[in-house]
Design a protein around this ligand. Structure first.
Ligand code: SF4
Ligand code: F3S
Ligand code: FES
Length: 245
């Protein structure tokens, strides 16, 4: 006999923070939508159902629906997370959704993480730096130890979703703070033997309160990272390195 409990059909109430800063008449407010829960329903499915059947003006972002592109991050019952990877069955009947803080609000649940991430990449110069005039392709493409390659590419699994920034008290207080995502990017290039920057060069980029010394070890970043990156270990490693410069 099959003893799998039958789950009661639930009516879900979505409390969504609505605001369009482009519209001078728009006032931030919460709007409630009710829908019936379906099997294996994700927030992606639920939000699309709301937009298709209840309010076509609701704005939110999705691209891959598979936890890869990072575009669907939002505050879900008080905690940053990916809407496409969140099942409604793991949430109560009342679901509160809000846009990620810190990033520029486009409208409703849609924020401009791309603009923020690009600015951080430019500021931290997240590309391999070569000191020679002419790039030595052989040296650039020389095989590296597998364990080193693994450590570098482990950090490259970041999908730039912005959850770590939204969960970080320092990022919300200091607008210049590069956050766990920025420090993770720098750690990746510091590990890379093809990058010829010295510790002093990295110190100039992150050796102050907008970088490693601004981090208060609050650890919200690691708790919410959907890719489970070892952010706390990277932060501690970079802090040790920069303290010895
Ligand atoms: Fe998202 Fe994690 Fe990258 Fe932060 S470090 S942007 S939480 S994937
Ligand atoms: Fe923020 Fe993470 Fe540091 S939450 S304060 S970057 S440990
Ligand atoms: Fe791409 Fe959610 S839609 S991560």
């Amino acid at each position: 006999m099959n003893n799998i409990p039958v789950r009661e059909e639930r009516t879900l109430r979505f409390h969504i923070l609505r605001h369009n800063p482009q519209d001078s008449e728009s006032v931030p407010h919460q709007q409630v939508f009710e829908i019936q829960e379906a099997d294996s329903m994700t927030l992606f499915i639920a939000l699309n159902e709301i937009r298709e059947n209840l309010d076509s003006s609701l704005q939110f972002d999705f691209v891959c629906r598979a936890g890869i592109c990072g575009s669907c991050a939002m505050i879900i019952n008080g905690k940053p997370g990916l809407a496409c990877r969140t099942l409604t069955r793991d949430l109560p009947e009342d679901i509160f959704l809000a846009p990620l803080p810190v990033f520029e609000l486009i409208s409703d649940l849609s924020v401009n993480t791309g603009k923020w991430m690009r600015a951080i990449s430019e500021r931290l110069e997240t590309w391999v730096h070569n000191r020679q005039e002419e790039v030595d392709l052989q040296q650039l493409e020389a095989p590296m130890e597998q364990s080193l390659a693994y450590s570098i590419y482990e950090l490259e699994r970041c999908i730039e979703c912005g959850c770590c920034i939204a969960a970080c008290g320092t990022a919300q207080m200091r607008d210049q703070f590069v956050g766990a995502v920025g420090l993770n990017k720098i750690a990746r290039f510091r590990l890379d033997p093809r990058d010829e920057r010295e510790d002093t060069d990295f110190y100039e980029l992150i050796g102050d309160e907008s970088g490693v010394f601004g981090c208060l070890t609050l650890l919200g970043c690691e708790d919410v990272c959907p890719k489970e990156l070892p952010l706390a270990a990277q932060l501690a490693y970079m802090r040790r390195k920069m303290a010895s410069v």
